[in-house]
Design a binder for this molecule. Sequence first.
Ligand code: NAI
Length: 329
Amino acid sequence: MVKVTVCGAAGGIGQPLSLLLKQSNLITHLSLYDIVNTPGVAADLSHINTQSKVTGHVGAAQIEEAIKDSTIVVIPAGVPRKPGMTRDDLFKINAGIVRDIAVAAAKFAPKAYMCIISNPVNSTVPIVAEVFKQFNVYDPRRIFGVTTLDIVRASTFVTELIGGDASTLRVPVIGGHSGVTILPLLSQVKGTEKLSQEQIETVTNRIQFGGDEVVKAKDGAGSATLSMAFAGARFALNILDAVVAKKTGVVECTYVHLDADKQGAESVKSLIGGDIEYFSVPVEFGPHGVEKILPIGDINDYEQKLVSVATTELKGNIVKGSNFITEGA
Ligand code: NAI
C-alpha cells in the first residue's frame, strides 16, 4: 500500500497538487485532509480512472484516519501571502497549523516522508523536526522542505536568457526558501558564461523574488498555486520513484537537516565557513529518503557573497522555528 496524504488538500495548491498526484500509478491511496471541503474534492477526483483510491477527511477529529500509515505526507496547509507580505509574516498562523499536522504524523505515520510546502519553509521544517524529536520518531532523512518551485522557476527564467529546453535545464538552487536565502548557482549552468554580470544579478534577483511576481499579479488573491502544485508533485513523485519504484540516481535540491548525511554535509559547512543546521542542498534520494547529500561544487565570488547574506537570515529563521516547539515561543 502506498498512501499519500495531502494536508491542506482543498486549498489553492492542495487541489491541483492532488489532481497531479491522482495521475501517478505508484500511489494506491490518495488521502485528502483539510479543515474544509475535502469531501467534495475527494468525490470529484475519485471519478478519475487511475488506480488510487481517494478519500476525504475534514477537521481535527478526522486527522488520524487521514494520516494513519501514510508513506508520504505533503503539507500545503495554511495561509498564503498577500501583496506586501514576506513569508516570515505568515509564521504566526502557519507555525501552529504545521505543528498540529506534525503531531498527528508523529503519532499515526511516524515513518512517513514529510514534504513541507507551508511557509515560511525555513522555519516550518525545524518545527516538524522538533515535534518528531519530542515523539522520539525523528529521522532527518525523511523531513524535507519543498524548494522545488525555486528550481522550476530558475530553469524557466534562465532558459529565457540562454535558450534551450527549460524542462531539462537543471539549475542548482541551494540555501533556503525566501528572498535572499534562495541561492541559484548560475555559474554551474552551461551557457550562463555568455551572460553579463548585470544579467546574472537581475536573473538571480528574479529567482529569489519570483514569488512576488505572482503575489502581485494575483492582487490579493493569494500566491503561487499552480506552479507550486507542479513543483510539489514533482518532488513527491521523485520520492516515490526512489522509495517505491527503487529508482536510483534521483536527485533534487531540498531543504533538510544536515544530519541527514553528516559526511555529505561537510561541503556545505566549508561553503558557509561554519555550522548551520538546515540548508537546501542537492540530495540523492534512496529507500530511506536522503541517501546522500551531494557536493555543492565550485561557486564564484559573487555567489559566495550571496551565501554570506543568506546564512545570517537563515540562521534566524531556523531558531525561530525550533524555539516555537522547544520553548513554545
Ligand atoms: P490556500 O489558502 O489556498 O490553501 C490553504 C489550505 O489550507 C486551505 O484549504 C485551508 O482550509 C487549509 N488549512 C488551514 N488550516 C488548516 C489546518 N489546521 N489543517 C489542514 N488544513 C488547513 O493557500 P495556498 O495558496 O494553497 O498556500 C498554502 C501554503 O503554501 C501557504 O503557506 C503558502 O505560503 C505556501 N506556499 C509555499 C510555496 C513553496 O515554494 N514552498 C510556494 C507557494 C505557496
